[in-house]
Write a protein that binds this ligand. Structure first.
Ligand code: CO8
Length: 257
């Protein structure tokens, strides 16, 4: 299994467990996440979810670049759309979902954290959308959700430079709800928040999530535009150069082709 699922009282703790690849999202991780969120939609024994990454170094360092490097345009489009559906199912999950960001949350990892309802970050957490370094753009809703969370100018700056922001700055930007010193402290805070929310009327919490999300409709053209642009970039030489450079541990040379 690529995700460990543990239940503590009414809280499910999902730990993405591929530390050798900094918990990068491969197909199996995405499948396991999709299964958990579809199977537990109606499960009354679970009143809240915490999503985190194994170890201290990374929450999730992005989509698995080795897997991405061999995709065709059509496969990239299908994967992006599948990712959109999965992340939307997390955003629309009828019970609160907290991302406990314990290190790098880059690319698809930052997108996963942004699809959760709340974010708690450890002091060493780093957020970023570095896809431009690979000749790509975000493909799992990052262009939309980062813009919603931090506004257009900062979203464009972060996604165009690929720069990372540390937890403290992420909190100032509104990307993070709380910053804690350690992962353990984060788990305690997340559990405390979920316990408090679990004491409220469940139907009210579900309708609240639905109402807040209704203002950010999935049918809006942004997600489709992102998937189309993401897929188009798989046909470019710069994408081949960007992903090869990452795997060969060198700086890419982009030509605009
Ligand atoms: N995918 C696959 N493997 C990875 C990834 C990744 N995203 N990130 C790190 N790894 C692997 C490394 O290759 C390395 O493996 P190995 O030991 O076998 O060489 C191992 O994890 C440890 O990583 P590093 O040695 O690089 O560790 P450093 O401490 O030197 O650097 C960084 C840490 C800065 C996090 C660095 O690993 C890095 O830059 N990672 C890539 C970050 C990135 O670019 N993420 C975005 C990926 S693209 C994406 O997410 C698109 C989302 C939309 C997808 C839509 C699907 C169609």
């Amino acid at each position: 299994m690529n995700i460990n699922i543990q239940q503590e009282g009414t809280t499910a703790i999902l730990t993405i467990n591929r530390p050798q690849a900094l918990n990068a999202l491969n197909k199996e991780v995405l499948e396991e996440l999709a299964t958990f969120f579809s199977q537990n939609h109606q499960n009354n024994a679970i009143r809240g979810v915490i999503v985190t990454g194994e170890g201290e170094k990374a929450f999730v360092a992005g989509a698995d670049i080795k897997e991405l490097s061999s995709l065709s345009k059509e496969e990239a489009l299908a994967l992006s759309q599948k990712g959109h559906q999965l992340f939307k199912s997390i955003e629309d999950f009828p019970k609160p979902v907290i991302a406990l960001v314990n290190g790098f949350a880059l690319g698809g990892g930052c997108e996963l954290a942004m699809a959760c309802h709340l974010r708690i970050a450890t002091e060493n957490a780093k957020f970023g959308l570095p896809e431009v370094n690979l000749g790509l753009i975000p493909g799992y809703g990052g262009t939309q959700r980062l813009t919603q969370l931090v506004g257009r100018p900062k979203a464009l700056e972060l996604a165009m430079t690929g720069d990372m922001v540390v937890a403290k700055e992420a909190k100032e930007l509104g990307l993070v709800n709380h910053v804690v010193a350690t992962k353990q402290e984060g788990l305690e805070l997340a559990t405390k928040m979920l316990t408090k929310i679990a004491q409220k009327a469940p139907l009210a919490i579900t309708e609240l999530i639905k109402s807040v999300n209704a203002g950010f409709g999935f049918e809006k053209a942004g997600y489709q535009a992102e998937a189309d642009s993401f897929a188009y970039l798989f046909t470019t030489k710069d994408f081949v150069e960007g992903t090869s450079a990452f795997m060969e541990k060198r700086t890419p040379t982009f030509t605009g082709k």
